[in-house]
Design a protein around this ligand. Structure first.
Ligand code: Z5A
Length: 217
């Protein structure tokens, strides 16, 4: 029987390089012989991708912060049940572009929803499921905003203000302090080469630890 897979999440403000580096880490792990599933939030399932479209679309009316929060957790419940848990149980590793740390950072830090409300939904929807590792890509807000804007049209979140993204950044850094062991803080303001050198070391470290776990099975 294979061991339960690892659940690794990539987090950070917009444009910090999560998606680019998720693909890079996936490549390293696959080369190391790991069966990897990549996914994202909101999204990852048909239902989740439909919710993502609802959340990101630019709308004429303001979106209530609790409505936004509940949509995010609705998509997450489906994602866990349909994709994340079955993959982990089958010994696959799941690399996820954003997860609940994003909810603490955006909905609590950014929008001002009480932390306690997010905690309650986290317990309800996830039970004991938490990421094994979280890579937090941190860069000055202007850096990420510039990279996102260089890509063209902005979605509903990307149209937020500098102040909003400053609160999001602080929300993430606060998360990393609360649960320090799980996080790897990555300076995403460095060149992509330097970011990926650090990421390659992290990948090698995980692969050696995994080899020990497998040897014990
Ligand atoms: N959201 C939420 O509010 N609550 C939640 O619980 C969850 C999500 C789960 C969609 O997420 C929105 O959902 C998100 C928050 C909300 N909105 N925001 N903002 P998303 O992950 O799709 O959105 P995103 O942050 O806008 O993703 P992104 O813009 O695709 O950013 P990224 O993945 O971090 O960056 P990237 O695409 O890898 O890189 C951006 C560009 O920079 C690209 O051209 C790269 O080649 C370049 N890049 C990357 N790294 C470097 C370095 N180091 N140097 C130079 N250039 C670089």
């Amino acid at each position: 029987m294979s061991a339960r897979g690892l659940f690794i999440t990539m987090e950070g403000g917009e444009g910090v390089g999560k998606s680019t580096n998720l693909a890079f880490l996936e490549h390293i792990l696959k080369q190391g012989g790991i069966d990897v599933v990549t996914t994202r939030e909101p999204g990852g399932t048909h239902l989740g991708e439909e919710v993502r479209e609802l959340l990101l679309r630019v709308r004429g009316e303001p979106v209530n912060a609790v409505a936004e929060l509940l949509l995010i957790f609705a998509a997450r419940a489906q994602h866990i049940d349909e994709l994340i848990e079955p993959a982990l149980a089958a010994g696959k590793w799941v690399l996820c572009d954003r997860f609940t740390d994003a909810t603490y950072a955006y909905q609590s830090g950014g929008r001002g929803v009480a932390r306690d409300t997010v905690e309650q939904l986290e317990k309800l929807v996830q039970g004991k499921l938490r990421p094994d590792y979280t890579l937090l890509f941190d860069a000055p807000v202007e850096v990420g905003m510039r990279r996102a804007r260089d890509r063209g049209e902005l979605d509903r979140f990307e149209q937020e203000t500098l102040k909003f993204f400053e609160r999001v950044r602080q929300g993430y850094l606060q998360q990393a302090q609360i649960d320090g062991n799980r996080y790897r803080l990555i300076d995403a303001g460095q060149s992509l080469d330097d970011v990926q050198k650090g990421l390659a070391e992290f990948g090698d470290e995980l692969l050696s630890r995994w080899a020990m776990v497998e040897a014990r099975q």
